[in-house]
Design a protein around this ligand. Sequence first.
Ligand SMILES: NC(=O)c1ccc[n+]([C@@H]2O[C@H](COP(=O)([O-])OP(=O)(O)OC[C@H]3O[C@@H](n4cnc5c(N)ncnc54)[C@H](OP(=O)(O)O)[C@@H]3O)[C@@H](O)[C@H]2O)c1
Length: 247
Amino acid sequence: MALQDYETALVTGASSGIGAAVVRALCAAGKKVHAVARRQDRLDALAAETGCIPHVLDLRDQAALYDTLGALDVDILINNAGLGRGFEDFTTTPAADIDVTIQVNVLAALHVVRACVGGMKERQRGHIFNIGSVAGLYPVNSAVYGASKGAVHLMSQNLRVELAGTGIRVTEICPGRIETEFFETAFDDDEAKAKFTKGFNIMQPEDISDAIMYAADAPWRVNVGLIEMTPTEQYLGGGNITPVPGR
Ligand SMILES: NC(=O)c1ccc[n+]([C@@H]2O[C@H](COP(=O)([O-])OP(=O)(O)OC[C@H]3O[C@@H](n4cnc5c(N)ncnc54)[C@H](OP(=O)(O)O)[C@@H]3O)[C@@H](O)[C@H]2O)c1
């Protein structure tokens, strides 16, 4: 059971960035691909380009999520839709930013898996990809985003345990910075956005879809559990010291 044995795929967050790149790669590999996001114009353009099947859906609408996704047979799930807020200062992060980050990155991600995994079990065929982040593995600079991606990390680890014996594979992808619309959503001003995206060779969405296709195409005996990937010029950790004023 490798890529050639899977027939259908579902990609959430397909209207831009990583999601759109994975839709292109899966369609090119001959899969029937369901593409989910809120922006219809983007999905329609992607459908015209690739032949994917668009589903306009706000994943925060739980009833609509189960109605739409529960009706699909999904072999490969790319659980990708997400956003980051709260990178500036936790004390001033609007409450609504905390809520939307958790609603999409955690709650919707859990319900998307739940909507698809029953059918995978019945067909004894499935591969779940959860798009986490290095922010789910290491401290970065958003308690909100880090909390959401930390949850994705442990969801992935625990799914491996809960799905033991079903034949369903689970892969978590933990990227560093990628040039996508993520940073348009994350920051309200261009200067803050530029600090995160300029001055180094940032990864491209296709770098992530390449990694996903590698894990999907590994022989069935292999479960690629976690892929951590950063730009060569981005590293995590380090010995920065910030003195506390007055001490
Ligand atoms: N870019 C990075 O540096 C980076 C690094 C690590 C991890 N990630 C993760 O990678 C994933 C994909 O992000 P990206 O970088 O490709 O950013 P992106 O280009 O902004 O894509 C985010 C996708 O999520 C969809 N989405 C957001 N809220 C949604 C909702 N309520 N319902 C349905 N779809 C929703 C968006 O579509 P609509 O707006 O059309 O709904 C869009 O297609 C996210 O989980 C992100 O946390 C990104």
